[in-house]
Write a new protein. Structure first.
Length: 367
């Protein structure tokens, strides 16, 4: 669906190692999604979903295809990026195209890895990056105000309405507040502004606390400090060790599980990031299950059956008649489609049906 998560962070915090782990994990775990380089810093990553394995166990398909997310690795930002320091605005514009931000924060000490600020301080690091994002939003907004201000001096009513909300947002940002806390986010004129400018500080953030191996086993003070900060912002923080994630990415599944168990974990940090990012973007999967392929199809929550069918092919929506639907749990409990039919668990749904996460579907259409 083209929805992306942008990785940001200071240099030498483990951001690129995290990105490398994502791409290697994809290669190892999902042969049907070889690493897809759209540009040197973009990759398509499968969304972990155990349900596909259960469906495949029953259906025995030739292949499995997962839902995916785009991940974009943004070059390390530095203080002053919004003023052009480092490669500045080029990378800030890349972040603007992402739908969500994964902020990798260093939460470990290692004298062999230099920190650009000279010491380990997660909150300082977070504030440096978020200040640069805020400055970039301010710069973009001022340019827009200048443009619509000229129109508003005429008889353009829409421009006058947008100028009013833009000036309110300007005051909000100038008080060092992110766009995400702006009171009038549901205002029609704000929504138009945000659609065009894609405010960086209006995007949801997941914090990735990059710890060392000891920090995986027992929470260190750096992680706890970052977690408290994230909690105060109603944001997620996920603990990971980028170095170990990169190592595990090429493991067989049983080796990976053994490694996680030895570290007292049940799921890797990367899998958590992908899964939670998928959910926070308002996405879910429905399934098709046949001998050729068991596949997850990505849709937004509250999608109707015809719109869900269009994800497979536009003709499915144009000629939609109805959908055959089996809930995932029923499909598994009844050992497949035939058992579900015999148990009366298959339903015929029409155009108004809202697809549920995990529905196993077959569409009837006529074009």
């Amino acid at each position: 669906m083209g929805l992306g998560i942008g990785l940001v962070g200071l240099p030498n915090v483990g951001k690129s190692t995290t990105f490398n782990a994502l791409t290697k994990a994809q290669n190892a775990e999902c042969a049907n999604y070889p690493f897809c380089t759209i540009e040197p810093n973009k990759a398509v990553v499968p969304v972990p979903d155990d349900r596909l394995g259960e469906l495949a166990r029953i259906v025995k398909p030739e292949r499995i295809q997962y839902s995916t997310l785009d991940f974009v690795d943004i070059a390390g930002l530095v203080k002053g990026a919004s003023k052009g320091e480092g490669l500045g605005n080029k990378f800030l514009s890349n972040i603007r195209e992402a739908d969500m931000i994964l902020h990798i924060v260093r939460c470990f000490e290692d004298e062999n890895i230099t920190h650009v600020e000279g010491s380990i301080d997660p909150i300082r690091d977070v504030e440096i990056i978020e200040q640069e994002l805020l400055f970039s939003d301010l710069d973009q907004l001022l340019k827009r105000i200048d443009t619509i201000g000229r129109k508003a001096r005429g008889s353009d009513r829409d421009a006058k309405a947008q100028l009013e909300i833009a000036n309110k947002l300007l005051s909000h940002i100038e008080e060092n507040n992110p766009v995400s806390t702006f009171a009038d986010k549901e205002d029609e004129q704000f929504l138009l502004l945000n659609k065009d400018l894609r405010f960086l500080t209006g995007k949801e953030i997941i914090y990735g606390a990059n710890v060392d191996e000891d920090g995986l086993v027992e929470d260190n003070d750096y992680y706890l400090t970052l977690k408290a900060y994230a909690d105060s912002r109603n944001s997620e923080v996920i603990k990971l060790c980028a170095k170990i994630e990169e190592e595990m990415a090429v493991f067989e599944e049983d080796e990976k599980l053994e490694m996680l168990e030895s570290l007292g974990a049940v799921e890797s940090g990367l899998d958590q990031i992908i899964r939670k990012g998928f959910a926070k973007l308002g996405l879910m999967s429905y399934f098709t299950a046949g001998v050729k392929e068991v596949r997850a199809w990505t849709i937004r929550r509250n999608t109707t059956a015809p719109k869900a069918a269009a994800v497979i092919h536009n003709d499915f929506e144009k000629g939609f008649i109805r959908a055959e639907v089996i809930a995932y749990d029923d499909f598994i409990a009844c050992n497949g489609e035939q058992g579900s039919k015999e148990a009366g668990k298959m339903r015929l749904e029409g155009k108004e049906y809202i697809v549920q996460d995990g529905d196993v579907m077959h569409f009837r259409f006529n074009v």
